[in-house]
Design a protein around this ligand. Structure first.
Ligand SMILES: [Zn+2]
Length: 234
């Protein structure tokens, strides 16, 4: 094919030429025609011009594209959010389960019943404090004792345990050994100074606690072996 194409044929071929979908031979033939024919070259320019998207259209398309991608981002983000939310809920539920499980073993919320409490060897130490021996007879450990003064001047030492109690190291816990209290200090610390402490109990307040001391009670002096338990207590 040589440069023998008529303008009419070239104009027919221009869209193909423009879109670069014609054969190399056609392309070369059109190109050489265009090089010598300003009429067809102008037609090609016109075609190029018209096929070029106006800036506004392109801008609009870009924005729509961005809109789509930001929607995708939003969609992705909400999925991320719900995943994170789900994760947090799962973590919270697991946390509660773990906490609850640990709590059953760790939280000291059950009062030790008076029926397993033995108080003996109540005596007055040489420093004026009152000593007593505690034995929790059920073989389970006690590692927390709550102290509380009621409105009538009764003070309660209440041993407490987790729901799931342990017998491990029970002999080393607070449930077995000598304890003491400092009546002067308890009196100094009470919130209502008008009511002096009149009795000290060991056990649950509402569960028939064991009386250790009450006003007017005379206590024997502590034996040397008991004193020896408290060489660090001053
Ligand atoms: Zn021409």
């Amino acid at each position: 094919m040589t440069n023998t194409l008529s303008c009419e044929i070239v104009e027919d071929l221009l869209p193909l030429y423009h879109d670069e979908v014609c054969s190399i031979a056609t392309r070369e033939a059109v190109a050489s025609h265009l090089a010598t024919c300003s009429h067809c070259a102008a037609a090609l320019d016109k075609l190029r011009e018209s096929s070029r998207l106006p800036f506004e259209v392109m801008e609009k398309n870009r924005r729509e594209g961005e809109g789509l991608s930001s929607f995708k981002k939003y969609w992705h983000r909400t999925r991320v959010h719900s995943f994170v939310k789900g994760l947090l809920i799962a973590t919270a539920v697991c946390g509660l389960a773990v906490l609850g499980y640990a709590g059953l073993f760790r939280w000291n919320i059950i009062e030790v019943p008076s029926s397993v409490i033995r108080i003996s060897e109540i005596s007055r130490l040489s420093n004026g404090k009152i000593a007593y021996r505690v034995n929790i007879t059920d073989g389970y450990i006690v590692n927390q004792i709550n102290g509380r003064l009621d409105d009538d001047g009764n003070y309660y030492y209440t041993p407490v345990r987790p729901v799931i109690k342990s017998s491990k190291f029970a002999e080393l816990g607070l449930g077995n050994g000598y304890h003491f209290f400092d009546l002067e200090m308890l009196n100094a610390n009470r919130t209502d100074p008008s009511i002096p402490i009149k009795a000290i109990y060991y056990g649950p307040k509402d569960g028939n606690p064991v009386l250790i001391w009450q006003q007017g009670m005379e206590l024997p002096p502590a034996a040397a072996a008991v004193e020896a338990q408290f060489h660090f207590a001053d």
